[in-house]
Design a protein. Structure first.
Length: 149
C-alpha cells in the first residue's frame, strides 16, 4: 500500500512538472511569479531601444558652443595684448612671465626671441635661470610639434 501511494505521488509530480515545462515553452514568457502576465501587453526589454537612433548628421549641433565663444575672446585679447606688452610697467621677471603666458596661450613662437631678450635682463640669477629653462622648454615644444606634423 505504501509503495502504491508513493508511486501515485511520483506520477502526479512528474505530470505537473511536464505541464509546467510544456506551458513555459508554449508562448508563456518566463517572468517572475509576482508579475501578472497579460496576453494583451507586449513584453519590452529595457536593453533594446524603442526609438530609432539619430544618424550622425542629425545629432551634430552646428551652433557655437560657449567654449568656442571663450576661445574667440581669448584669441582677440591675445592679438590686442601683443603690441601692448612692451608698454606694461613691469620688472623684467614679471614681463617675462606675461610673455611666456602669451606664448603658451597662443602657440606663437614668434614671441620667443623677445621673451629670451627679456629673460636675459632678469637680475636675480635663480629667476633668470628658470626663465632661460622655460625658453628652452618652449623651443623644444615648438620643434617637436613641427616634427610630428
Amino acid at each position: 500500500m505504501f509503495d502504491e501511494n508513493a508511486q501515485n505521488n511520483t506520477q502526479q509530480t512528474d505530470t505537473q512538472d511536464n505541464q509546467i515545462a510544456n506551458n513555459q515553452t508554449q508562448n508563456t514568457p518566463l517572468i517572475s511569479p509576482d508579475v501578472p502576465v497579460s496576453d494583451n501587453l507586449p513584453i519590452t526589454d529595457p536593453y533594446i531601444p524603442t526609438t530609432i537612433p539619430q544618424t550622425a548628421e542629425d545629432s551634430v549641433d552646428n551652433s557655437p558652443s560657449p567654449d568656442d565663444d571663450l576661445m574667440s575672446i581669448k584669441k582677440q585679447a591675445l592679438q590686442q595684448l601683443a603690441p601692448l606688452v612692451n608698454q606694461l610697467d613691469q620688472e623684467p621677471d614679471e614681463k617675462f612671465k606675461t610673455m611666456l603666458m602669451m606664448i603658451q596661450a597662443s602657440d606663437d613662437k614668434t614671441m620667443l626671441s623677445t621673451a629670451y631678450e627679456t629673460a636675459q635682463k632678469i637680475s636675480d640669477e635663480k629667476i633668470r635661470a628658470q626663465a632661460l629653462l622655460d625658453i628652452v622648454n618652449e623651443i623644444n615644444y615648438f620643434t617637436h610639434q613641427t616634427k610630428s606634423e
